[in-house]
Design a protein around this ligand. Structure first.
Ligand code: SF4
Length: 77
């Protein structure tokens, strides 16, 4: 389970977040490219750049959350 006290700093505020356990596998970016991006400098990791608004977008983020191999994606909404 992702830890909301360990969010990466790049997350945009809102319910979905990536924490520091991310291993940069990029699966969330492939699954929900409208919401997750990889950093392109320093230690590579994913972050949430857009929170979901519609039910379809929420489904995409939930799919990414479920697919993350290290449970680094959280939803504290
Ligand atoms: S799926 Fe999980 S481990 Fe992979 S890049 Fe996304 S947050 Fe990181």
């Amino acid at each position: 389970m992702a830890n909301k006290t360990m969010k990466v700093s790049e997350n945009i505020p809102g319910p979905y977040f990536v924490d520091t356990d991310c291993i940069a596998c990029e699966l969330c970016v492939d699954t929900a490219p409208g919401h997750f991006k990889m950093t392109d400098d320093g230690q590579p990791h994913a972050y949430v750049f857009k929170q979901p608004q519609t039910d379809e977008e929420k489904d995409n983020c939930e799919d990414a959350l479920g697919a993350c191999p290290v449970d680094a994606i959280g939803n504290d909404g």
